[in-house]
Design a protein around this ligand. Structure first.
Ligand SMILES: [Zn+2]
Ligand SMILES: [Zn+2]
Length: 394
């Protein structure tokens, strides 16, 4: 039985190659995910992780180019089909977080995209087109998919796809736009007990910014968010802090809403500055993440493929949650980013040690087999002109 219903005999044969390749390589796939989990590397420092995944692609016949877009831990691996045709890009992420390691499960993502590319690559030799595995660093900080997009790495790509481990299986969902900001206050030091009136307290100003912004958010839509942390709050309790630094991750339903949150932050910072006398400064930190616009055609091919390989019924959840740097790509060409349930424990949340542990559980590994088959079959749908994809291009 072909996994895709809109399939001629060439496509049906390719479907079988994909399904069998993923089954055959399942152990290697699970070891890869576990290896990344055991060796987490922070954003921009993913030297071993990127080499491991690119090395696997090379072992299965891909030509690998490292350092694309001037990023040392970015790569592009290409395997060409019989004749020129559509280019399908599988996107691998592999950066971890401080403290919680692979608390976002990018070990699962990097592995899944790599083996989806390998499985589709085993089939592509009889098909038109090209399979690319693109290694995209620093999703948690700089969002280097955006850097790579601007550098032309995705030029000519017909569709880009990847999956994220999650608490639910959901195929087409949006994400929040995100603007990262560094905020600083400059005051004046003084003895905090003997002569505080001679100082200007930069920490008081920072605390006011947090309080002001927290209150301002009450009057904004629920998709507007502004989590922040203080990196520098002063050195000694008996010295008035003269310089404080915080970072904020400003979110909104779309770029306009995230910019509204930024305007509120600036107003709150200026108000804190007037109240305390500390000088306020801010700057944007890294790329702006746009909201994800999932492609309906790719989503319908994935849904069909996922159900055909025994995947569970996906949920539909309309409220966007996190932010994704694939969002910017989705404004330029068709993109797919389903989430796949990897745990049955709903008390676990992302960006935690527990989620990292869940990413290598037997259930997460089982789900990965089906998910990788479905993702590679979706890539096959693009290469072979599945009507759901072609209709979208119409
Ligand atoms: Zn994350
Ligand atoms: Zn993530």
């Amino acid at each position: 039985m072909p996994a895709l219903t809109q399939c001629d005999s060439l496509c049906a044969d390719a479907s079988k190659v994909i399904i069998h390749t993923v089954e055959r390589l399942a152990d290697q796939m699970h070891q890869t995910s576990r290896h990344l989990y055991e060796h987490p590397e922070l954003s921009g420092e993913e030297y071993e992780s990127s080499r491991l995944l690119a090395g696997l692609a090379a072992a299965y016949g891909f030509e690998v180019e490292f350092g694309v877009a001037g990023l040392p831990t970015a790569f592009r691996a290409i395997k060409r089909g019989k004749v020129p045709g559509p280019k399908v890009a599988m996107l691998a992420e592999y950066d971890a977080l401080p403290v919680v390691g692979h608390g976002c499960g990018h070990n699962w993502i990097g592995t899944a995209s790599t083996f989806a590319a390998i499985a589709l690559g085993e089939a592509v030799t009889d098909l038109p087109g090209e399979v690319q595995l693109i290694g995209t660093p620093a999703e948690e900080t700089d969002g280097h998919k955006i850097t790579m997009l601007e550098a032309g790495v995705f030029d000519g790509v017909a569709a880009a796809m990847m999956m994220h481990p999650s608490l639910n299986t959901e195929i087409a969902y949006s994400s929040l736009a995100c603007i990262s900001v560094i905020a600083e206050f400059h005051g004046k030091s003084a003895h905090a007990a003997a002569s505080p009136w001679k100082g200007v307290n930069a920490l008081d100003a920072m605390i006011q910014l947090f309080v002001n912004l927290g209150l301002a958010l009450k009057q904004l839509p629920p998709t507007a968010k502004a989590p922040g942390v203080i990196h520098k709050g002063g050195e000694r309790a008996n010295v008035i802090p003269e310089h404080t630094v915080a970072s904020f991750s400003l979110r909104g339903r779309d770029r306009e809403e995230a910019e509204l949150v930024l305007r509120r932050l600036i107003e709150c910072g200026e108000a804190a500055s007037r109240a305390t006398g500390a000088r306020f400064e801010w700057h944007q930190d890294g790329n702006i993440y746009y909201e994800m616009r999932p492609d309906d055609g790719l989503a319908s091919i994935f849904r069909e493929a996922w159900l055909s390989v025994g995947g569970e019924q996906p949920i539909h959840h309309s409220v966007p949650h996190g932010s994704l740097d694939i969002g910017n790509l989705s404004h330029r060409f068709p993109c797919l980013h389903p989430s796949i349930r990897i745990t049955t424990d709903n008390t676990i949340g992302g960006h935690t040690r527990e989620f990292a542990d869940a990413s290598i559980s037997p259930f997460a590994q089982e789900q990965m087999v089906r998910a990788v088959q479905a993702l590679a079959l979706t890539g096959l749908g693009v290469l072979t002109g599945h009507p759901a994809f072609n209709d979208q291009r119409g």
